[in-house]
Design a protein around this ligand. Structure first.
Ligand SMILES: Nc1nc2c(ncn2[C@@H]2O[C@H](COP(=O)(O)OP(=O)(O)O)[C@@H](O)[C@H]2O)c(=O)[nH]1
Ligand SMILES: [Mg+2]
Length: 368
């Protein structure tokens, strides 16, 4: 049997990492060998730290997206498969990328030598931004060019994963489903919650059921994409990854540290009118770890993986994708770190920091 390549797309903060983690656990429980590939425009990716902390075998493609760094994607897969061949490779592309069928899935199938069984492409719809963008409401937080990417991601999906079902009322679900049917007729929708596990049996069987493979309507979408709008939409987001060492004379709660950072950053962006696409942070100390997130200006901070521990030191990784320029973003993050240190009576040393706008996507291959 060839390894199955399952790529799960979706906008920043849609729930890709949470879905991959839950699916991986489900597959491992069944005795399957699973490898995960993460991806970011820079190094110091919270998702990689978080998935590795959960015990998964993870390879990271850093510095450019899968589409523009296709050879590194294949090399990473080869290094993950060199000792023993996994049954499944779960891959998470960058949340601001689209055109992934033409630039990743088709090249994997047609150019790459490794025999892979490529699963239908599921894209997660993020309700907080999805509702406003699909309704065509102006002032939803992102510009029309960034919204263009969001819609193109959904358009190229073989099926849509409507996530965070645990938070939606029956009428929210009804309205969102109708909006999706209206804009993307005939696109299958699967309702899931990566938090509670709702819908995961159906998702799991979709991936292992041979009838859902290429013999069906798999990847018949030929996406028409304006790369100028795509590039400008991506470049409207400021991108920041940093690592910080935090220490204090008296132990502090790791969870409180992370929530304070995320909450404070969220408040700064809200006040200044910068839309937060996704803020996430992980804190690590001697085998303990905690993760906190914020996925839009309207949702509060969430301690997604609590640690419950008090620590004298923590290595903290912060990733922020926000609708503002990188210089302002960096200043906000530096100010917030300082204010959190004052609140917790701790000291911080920033050991690495990258802040930039994503460059124009130039795919290694494009097979339309
Ligand atoms: N309530 C709820 N939260 C979720 C769900 N899926 C993901 N989240 C949260 O949404 C945030 C972003 O999730 P993540 O998987 O990192 O998104 P990604 O950027 O697409 O990889 C995290 O705080 C998750 O805990 C869900 O189904 N329900
Ligand atoms: Mg992620």
């Amino acid at each position: 049997m060839n390894p199955k390549y399952i790529m799960i797309g979706g906008f920043l903060g849609a729930g890709k990492t949470s879905t991959i983690s839950r699916l991986a656990k489900q597959f491992i429980k069944q005795g399957k060998r699973v490898a995960i590939v993460t991806n970011d425009q820079a190094s110091d990716l919270v998702d990689t730290f978080s998935l590795r902390s959960q015990g998964f075998s993870v390879g990271e493609v850093a510095g450019a997206c899968f589409c523009c760094n296709f050879n590194e994607l294949t090399q990473t897969m080869e290094s993950l498969t060199s000792h023993s061949l996994p049954d499944l490779i779960l891959a998470e592309p960058v949340g601001s990328c689209t055109d992934l069928v033409a630039t990743v899935l088709k090249p994997l199938e047609m150019v790459y030598g490794m025999p892979l069984d490529i699963a239908p492409y599921g894209v997660i719809l993020k309700p907080s931004h999805g509702k406003k963008i699909l309704e065509g409401k102006t002032g939803c937080g992102f510009t029309p060019k960034a919204e263009y990417i969001f819609k193109k991601q959904i358009e190229e999906a073989d099926f849509i994963l409507l996530n965070r079902i645990d938070e939606l009322s029956p009428s929210d679900i009804y309205n969102l489903e109708n909006l999706i049917y209206e804009k993307f007729p005939n696109k299958p929708i699967l309702k899931i919650s990566a938090k509670t596990g709702f819908g995961f049996d159906a998702l799991h069987s979709l991936y292992i059921n041979p009838n859902s493979d290429r013999s069906t309507s798999f990847r018949n979408t030929s996406l028409e994409l304006d790369y100028d709008i795509y590039a400008e939409g991506e470049a409207e987001l400021g991108w920041l990854n940093c690592q910080v060492e935090v220490r204090s004379g008296s132990p502090f709660l790791l969870d409180t540290l992370l929530v304070h950072i995320i909450q404070g950053l969220g408040a700064r962006f809200l006040v200044q009118g910068f839309e937060a696409a996704h803020l996430k942070t992980i804190g690590l100390y001697e085998g303990f770890y905690a993760v906190a997130n914020l996925v839009s200006n309207e949702t509060g901070p969430e301690l997604s993986l609590p640690s419950g521990v008090s620590v004298p030191f923590a290595n903290v990784v912060i990733n922020a994708r926000v609708g503002t320029d990188p210089v302002t973003l960096e200043q906000c993050v530096r100010d917030q770190i300082e204010s959190t240190m004052n609140a917790l009576d701790a000291q911080a040393k920033i050991t690495s920091l990258q802040s930039f706008r994503p460059g124009r996507p130039i795919p290694t291959h494009r097979i339309s």
